[in-house]
Design a protein around this ligand. Structure first.
Ligand code: ARG
Length: 259
């Protein structure tokens, strides 16, 4: 996780971001609550040092990890491109092998890539590109040929990262907001995983931007309808206020890079 010291809306690169909007001091409480909830679930937290020049660094979309390998993001917007260096340094320092994809191919790490067992769902259309998907596929398949990459086309600019509209609960089931996907993507999803729909109202509360740790789910507050469904499936819900981070277009999942 990366502390929210400098988090603010300084520019707008997605429809949620309005530079006239003020981020309140609650950002600290909300972020700390998320961190403490992870800690209560015995998740060990490591911190990336925040940088004043990069207010979006709090959303740790810095790449993906597979085993001891780190594939850094190639951020689409120049506003975030400088975050990459800090991520690469951190992973190098912690003993990871850095494998880069070509610089011209946009890739936004675990914002657009979500695992369900050996399947990696790869969102493209707004931030990550199909070319990046092919490169990531090549890299991962070399490490483990069993990995299957499933390209998923996103079509609603409000749900610009796959983790804003899709959330695998385990290898067989996932939450999703149907309106975010092209017909082709919907087919791909249905073929590969059982889908539990989230309403538009709850999708706008970032209900899909949740983190699943076995049977515990850290999920933004105010998505009561989906909580009910999840409880029926045997999950324990940990609702967390995320209002300040939703102003930047992210919530629980974007604020944490679970490895
Ligand atoms: N303001 C950030 C951006 O637009 C938010 C990133 C949210 N991250 C995510 N994984 N959905 O890039």
């Amino acid at each position: 996780m990366c502390p929210p010291d400098y988090f603010d809306i300084k520019y707008s690169i997605n429809p949620w971001m309005n530079t006239k909007e003020n981020v309140s001091r609650n950002k600290r409480i909300q972020w700390e609550t998320l961190k403490e909830t992870f800690e209560k679930l015995n998740v060990q937290i490591k911190l990336l040092k925040p940088q004043k020049r990069f207010p979006d660094m709090v959303y740790v979309d810095i790449g993906i990890v597979y085993k001891n390998n780190f594939i850094p993001s190639n951020f689409r917007y120049k506003e975030r491109q400088g975050e990459r260096k800090y991520a690469v340094d951190w992973f190098k320092k912690h003993g990871y092998k850095i494998i880069e994809i070509e610089k011209d191919f946009y890739f936004e790490g675990h914002g657009d890539t979500l695992w369900a067992g050996d399947k990696l769902f790869f969102g493209y259309g707004f931030r990550s590109s199909m070319e990046a998907q092919k490169q990531v596929e090549k890299i991962l398949k070399k490490i483990n040929p069993k990995i299957e990459i499933i390209p998923i086309e996103l079509i609603d600019p409000r749900f610009y990262h796959l983790d804003t509209c899709f959330c695998p609960l385990n290898s067989k089931q996932a939450l999703y907001f149907p309106g975010a996907f092209s017909p082709k993507a919907k087919k791909m999803l249905t073929k590969n995983i059982e889908l539990i729909p989230v309403s538009e109202k709850e999708a706008k509360k970032f209900a899909c931007n949740a983190v699943v740790i076995n049977k515990d789910i850290l999920i933004p507050a105010d998505a009561n309808f989906i909580y009910k469904k999840l409880k029926k499936l045997g999950y324990k819900i940990h609702p967390i206020e995320m209002t300040e981070f939703i102003k930047g277009g992210g919530a629980c999942k974007c604020l944490s890079f679970v490895m």
